[in-house]
Design a protein. Sequence first.
Length: 510
Amino acid sequence: MEKALVKKSDYLKLKYKFFINRVLIYVLFFLLPLILEKVVEFDFFAQASLMVVYIIFIFSQWYLLGRELDHRLKIYYRVNSSIERVAYRVFTGSMTMLLLFNIFYLIPESISQYLFWGFFGILGIFYSWPTRGKIIEDSMTNQFGELKFLDSFEKTIFLLLIMTFFISVPELPMFENIDALKLFLDPSEHLSGLIWNFMAVLYLPFKSYPKLYNLIWSFHFYFVCIGLFLGATYGFLRYFYSRRLSLLGVFAIVSTWSFARILSHDYLSAITTTISLLWVWSVMWSLKSGSYRSGVFTGLIVAYATMINIHNFVLAPITLGMFYFYFLKNQTSWFRVQWVKYNVLGLSIAILIVLAQYHRFSPLKLSQFVFFLETVSDLIYRKAFFVLSPLGLILVGLMMSRKFRMKYKINGFGDNFSFLLTMFLWCLVVGLFVNPEFIKGFSFVWILAFFSLLPLEWIFQSISRLRSKRNLIFALYILVCVLDSQLENRLRIVAKMFLDDEGLKYLIQF
């Protein structure tokens, strides 16, 4: 009896702790207008830090919305990693909020402000109320459980990854007028107005402060779009490689100097050239989830891709055709029809966007193949790690032979080999014939990183019993990634933007 009372007492403590922590977070959020009045007097670094904290809070709300969507639609699925589940729920939650905030945008601003604060008030009440399920499912250790099992090498590369990501912020475009910023970012007006409307409502608290408003819009493309891209990249790599190599692949992407150069030359590439990875990952996720309800995710990805560029609507028939006639051919016709039905929401949004912007369609044309080769060679030249990618391509070519696959089995590529060839072929077709942005910028980077890991995976599996040698090889490639990352140039850019010390400004000139 006493033990039962102790357990109940401990549980009440957990409930109170959960409730107080959540309430404090939402109270600080509702105090944001008062905080902003003081923050405008602070230096640029303090203002930028507040913007990052706000974006992290929004990420948490997207995750909770995505989890609620899973619960209400009874979407049960298998995932390879906890980080992949977080990335998936963040995306579905953000798309849910995007649709809702576009409705808010149609309402006069004087009313939409109340709707904005009322919406987050409802979320605060709902997500702060302590229940056993919320206490268990919402704990951070549960959501990022994979990080608890990292060994020393993996922890090192994870910390290097986080550090490099934060110091790789490019020089941000600063305008007093948001319309000028939109024109600078998207002069061709490829992005749908749904995305701009969503951002206008999402960052409504900052609208009265032009500098902060501009800053958080610029941060959105880096921390939200690139952050989601890196999380999805890790999730996709985990279907083929070990956790250690998957982390190395993501670090290779962030540490390449081309990562910073792409953003400095075309800041909007953070969203326009990362969609190829999100699409490939969503198809893989849906295929491996084991649930026909996973069609919701692929449908929303197609809708998101169409918002980015109307030509990406071609992904809709490609995705439906691949699943119905190829990937799900061993499933019953009922299962395939149900999967298609769950795509209807996303496909309907994509069709509405096409009907509203059909005038932006341009005739199909072949992209410059020479430019394609030059870009790949430049990326390999600037990142020594990517020199392994041609070897990876050779291994993929050898794996097309059944005898080679039987003799040299590479874990992760047995059942997924046909998927790999199919998806990369479609990426090339869409990029070369339909939308050049689809296979450009970050699309090249993640593809090169993927193939660069294949020779390492083969080597590691060949010497699986020689742990010390594997660690030595892994440490060597971490060092290679760090040495050609040009950290000093990244620090120089960040220092110019955020630090006002005159002595530092003098030093960073050299």
